[in-house]
Design a protein around this ligand. Structure first.
Ligand code: LIP
Length: 257
């Protein structure tokens, strides 16, 4: 019998190949709001992932970024970002991912994040550790903010929302080695899990941006909470993820801006 993990991996590989083939093409774009782009490839990828997952697990629910929603007959639901980093993808900027998580009784129990251009597959199952291409990964051991490399991003309503992360960004720019904004939340989380980044925070995210990556960070030994330090939920729109050595210092800085 197929496992959820193997089915998730199969789905990201199938769509990943096609997404690579189409990355340089001109795309049919529409906007959700002022700057949030959707391409025909986001729609295609979500439909294809849903088809692959539901062949093996027809009773599970499905929550996808582009509107494919199925209420399942079971307590399990797939949570899918068919292209995380759509803005990068449609600009031909070579960094995007496919993210698939499995939620059971409102808890994320499995996550797969795939960067097809680098053929990097991150995965975790609850209680079983985190892996990159099958090898165990761990968060970094940096224990001072001033020695850390962090990432964050800017919300889609940054034009109009005064709480658009710019004050947090400016504050941390002066207290760290440097900051990165890659535009792919799921990969930012995986890079924390793999010790490539020491921490990451972001405001105004959606469940599919965080579901798989948050489990991968936890299983790699990292801390994950809301920005105010409350227990993490994929439904609360923001996230702070870091190694244990800098988590508290980063929490304090983010709550002093
Ligand atoms: C995007 C993220 C990006 C974040 C955006 C958005 P999309 O996902 O991964 O890093 O800054 O708010 O959520 O729309 O490309 O799937």
């Amino acid at each position: 019998m197929a496992s959820e993990l193997n089915t998730g991996i199969k789905a990201v590989h199938i769509v990943g190949e096609q997404l690579i083939n189409a990355i340089g093409n001109s795309h049919q774009i529409r906007f959700k709001g002022t700057v949030n782009m959707v391409s025909e490839m986001d729609i295609w990828s979500e439909k294809k992932i849903k088809e692959v997952l539901r062949v093996e697990f027809p009773e599970y629910g499905f929550l996808g970024e582009e509107g494919e929603i199925i209420t399942g007959e079971d307590s399990c639901q797939w949570i899918v970002d068919p292209i995380d980093g759509t803005t990068n993808y449609v600009h031909g900027y070579p960094l995007f991912a496919i993210s698939i998580a499995l939620e059971k009784d409102y808890e994320i129990v499995m996550g797969v994040v795939y960067n097809p251009l680098l053929d990097e597959l991150f995965h975790a199952e609850k209680g079983k550790g985190a892996f990159l291409n099958g090898k165990p990964i761990n968060v970094s051991d940096t224990n001072e903010l001033r020695k850390s490399l962090l990432a964050s991003g800017f919300p889609y309503d940054a034009w109009t929302n005064p709480k658009n992360n710019s004050s947090e960004w400016q504050r941390l720019l002066r207290k760290t080695i440097s900051l990165r904004s890659d535009g792919v939340a799921s990969l930012d989380l995986c890079h924390v899990a793999a010790g490539r980044l020491d921490g990451y925070w972001e405001l105004n995210l959606e469940p599919w941006d965080m579901a798989a990556g948050s489990l991968i960070v936890k299983e790699a030994g990292g801390m994950v909470s809301s920005i105010s330090g409350d227990p993490f939920s994929i439904y609360q729109r923001n996230i702070l993820a870091a190694n244990n050595g800098i988590y508290r210092a980063l929490l304090v800085e983010l709550n002093e801006t």
